[in-house]
Unconditional design. Structure first.
Length: 132
């Protein structure tokens, strides 16, 4: 699940959040930008996993990164998805969500995991054919 959007993006509300998209053309990659809760990263390293599944075939690709304790909470990824078509499920996973209030960072009581700032499916460009 997700919280309502913030001006900077959308926070995951649980350690695993899922998006589903319909690919109109074969997809070549999934590009994204996100951030972890800085106050949580100050306490522990965090491993983030992005997994894409082509629902019709069950084919999967994943990207994983471990952000070190005290490290930069922001990161980008490019996940190759060779010719994925149809419905594509994207799972965003991290060990836990944290309340900024419980960490002493702000009065926000919501459990926050990953701030998804952008997400883009790249596809094969359409081919133009010459007409006579």
């Amino acid at each position: 699940g997700f919280h309502p959007p913030d001006p900077a993006g959308i926070w995951t509300a649980q350690p695993k959040a899922t998006l589903r998209a319909m690919a109109d053309a074969p997809v070549t990659s999934l590009t994204g930008a996100a951030s972890l809760l800085e106050a949580a990263l100050a306490h522990n390293a965090q491993t983030v996993t992005v997994e894409a599944t082509e629902e019709a075939t069950g084919r999967k690709e994943h990207w994983r990164d471990t952000r070190p304790q005290g490290g930069d909470p922001s990161f980008d990824w490019v996940l190759p998805l060779p010719h994925f078509t149809g419905p594509v499920r994207v799972d965003l996973t991290l060990p836990a969500c944290h309340s900024p209030r419980d960490l002493g960072a702000s009065p926000d009581p919501r459990p926050l995991g990953l701030m998804l700032r952008s997400l883009r499916f790249d596809s094969i460009p359409a081919q133009l054919e010459a007409a006579e």
